[in-house]
Design a protein around this ligand. Structure first.
Ligand code: CS2
Ligand code: MG
Length: 402
C-alpha cells in the first residue's frame, strides 16, 4: 500500500479544527487531528509545505519508520507546531492500518486492558453558589469525577470559568484578549472552595483541579498542603511546565497527587519527572506529543514507576484526537482517567464518533481503525475563524502565565 495524497481541512464547527485525510492507492484513507488551539494555520501550512511531500509513496504500515523520519529526519526537533503535524500523520496511519486489517486500533497496540474508560468532565461557576449547583447537576447526570474551577472573589475572570459557554476560551479576533491575575487572592480562596464542595457532596466524588501553570513552586506546595485533607484526585499544572525540577519541591512538601504534561511535546519533557517519581499522572496530548507511536513509549516508561497516563482531552482538539485517546487508554495497563469535556452541538455535522460516550464513562467500539468519520462537505460550511487564547497579566500589568 502507498500514500498517494493528503488533504488538510481547516474548519470551525463551533471552534477551529485542523484535520488531515491521508489517502492510499488502495482507496483506504486515515484521519488525523492537527489542531493547535490559536495557532491552527501554522500547523496546516507546515503540513502542506514540508510534511506531506515527504509522505507520498511511503507505505502507511511503516508507522515507526515514518515517525522516526519525521522526528529525527528534520534536525530541528520538538516544538508544538512540528509535533502536532507529526501527531496527526501518526494517528492517520494507525487509522489506515486498522481499516486495512479490519480491526480497531487498540487491537494493534495490545488489545483491551479494560472494559470501559473512566472519564472526568469540567464543573465550573462564576461563584461558589453556581459552582456547587453545577457539581450537583453533573453528579445527577452520572459523573463521579469532576474538575472543579470557580471564579475567585476580587478577580474579574479566571482560567476554567468561561463567560459564554463551557468550552475553552479561544476568542475570535485579530489579537488575544487580556485577563488579570492575582495569586494571593487565588491561594486564599481555593481551600474554601474545596471545603464547601466536600461539605455539600461528601467524600465519594473524585475531585480534580487545574492551577494552569500560575504558581511558584513554594506557592504550589502551600496550596497542596492546604488541600490535602480534601482528598483530591489530582492537582494539575501547578507551576510552569518547563521546569521539571520545580515539582521536586512541591512533591517533598505535600502528598496531594500531581498531574502535569498537557503542553509537553516529547518524552524528554517528562523524562526526569518520571524517573524521579515527581508526579502521579502524565497528561500529554496525543495530537501535540507526536501521536500514538511515541505515547506508547511514554506510557511504558511511566509504568515502570507506577505513574499513570491521563491524556489531555479538551474540546479544543477534535473527536479524532479523542478517538486516539480512547484506543490508547483501552490498551495501556497504566491508564488513569480520560478528560472529556463534550463538544458544541454543531460538531456532529462534521465529525461522527463510533464510541459510546455516557456521563463519566466511554466504551470503545470495535469499528476498524480509529472509529471516526469526517464529512468534508459539511466541514466546508464552517470556515476558519481567527482566534487566540487569552494573555494573562498581574494587576500592575506584568505579564504572567495564562
Ligand atoms: C486545560 C486545557 O483541559 C485542560 O486541562 O488546561 O483545556 C487548555 O487550557 C487548553 O487545551 C488550551 O487550548
Ligand atoms: Mg489543564
Amino acid at each position: 500500500m502507498k500514500i498517494i495524497d493528503v488533504d488538510v481541512i481547516v474548519c470551525s464547527p463551533g471552534r477551529n479544527f485542523v484535520t488531515i485525510k491521508v489517502r492510499t492507492d488502495e482507496g483506504i484513507f486515515g484521519l488525523g487531528d492537527a489542531t493547535l488551539n490559536g495557532r491552527e494555520l501554522a500547523v496546516a501550512e507546515y503540513l502542506r509545505q514540508y510534511i506531506i511531500p515527504c509522505l507520498i509513496g511511503k507505505d502507511p504500515f511503516d508507522t515507526e519508520d515514518i515517525w522516526q523520519y519525521l522526528y529525527r529526519g528534520v534536525y530541528w526537533r520538538k516544538g508544538p507546531v512540528n509535533m502536532t503535524a507529526i501527531g496527526a500523520v501518526d494517528m492517520a496511519l494507525w487509522d489506515i492500518k486498522g481499516k486495512a486489517l479490519g480491526v480497531p486500533v487498540y487491537n494493534l497496540l495490545g488489545g483491551r486492558s479494560r472494559a470501559y474508560l473512566d472519564t472526568y468532565t469540567h464543573a465550573q461557576g462564576t461563584d461558589l453558589t453556581s459552582t456547587l449547583e453545577e457539581i450537583g447537576r453533573l453528579q445527577d447526570l452520572g459523573y463521579s469525577a469532576l474538575r472543579v474551577q470557580c471564579g475567585v472573589p476580587g478577580l474579574d475572570k479566571v482560567y476554567g470559568v468561561s463567560s459564554h459557554d463551557k468550552y475553552e476560551p479561544a476568542r475570535e479576533g485579530e489579537r488575544p484578549v487580556e485577563e488579570v491575575w492575582d495569586s494571593h487572592k487565588y491561594i486564599q480562596f481555593i481551600p474554601k472552595l474545596f471545603e464547601a464542595v466536600r461539605l455539600e457532596f461528601g467524600i465519594e466524588l473524585r475531585l480534580l483541579h487545574d492551577v494552569h501553570h500560575r504558581l511558584t513552586p513554594n506557592e504550589a506546595a502551600l496550596v497542596g498542603k492546604r488541600l490535602e485533607h480534601f482528598d483530591l484526585f489530582w492537582l494539575e499544572d501547578t507551576t510552569p511546565a518547563e521546569n521539571q525540577d520545580a515539582l521536586r519541591l512541591i512533591r517533598n512538601s505535600t502528598s496531594v497527587p500531581l498531574a502535569i504534561g498537557e503542553i509537553f511535546n516529547t518524552v524528554y519533557d517528562c523524562q526526569s519527572l518520571i524517573i524521579n517519581q515527581l508526579v502521579d499522572y502524565i497528561r500529554m496530548t496525543i495530537a501535540h506529543g507526536g501521536g500514538i507511536t511515541p505515547m506508547m513509549k511514554v506510557a511504558s516508561l511511566a509504568s515502570l514507576y507506577q505513574i499513570k497516563m491521563a491524556c489531555h482531552g479538551p474540546s479544543d482538539l477534535s473527536p479524532i484526537n479523542l478517538a486516539a485517546c480512547i484506543h490508547f487508554d483501552t490498551t495501556i495497563n497504566n491508564f488513569g482517567i480520560q478528560e472529556y469535556m463534550g463538544y458544541p452541538a454543531m460538531i456532529s455535522d462534521v465529525f461522527q464518533i463510533s464510541h459510546n460516550i455516557t456521563p463519566g464513562r466511554i466504551e470503545p467500539s470495535d469499528t476498524p481503525g480509529l472509529g471516526v468519520e469526517v464529512d468534508l462537505d459539511a466541514a466546508r460550511k464552517y470556515p476558519y475563524k481567527k482566534s487566540f487564547l487569552p494573555v494573562n497579566r498581574l494587576v500592575d500589568r506584568t505579564l504572567h502565565n495564562w
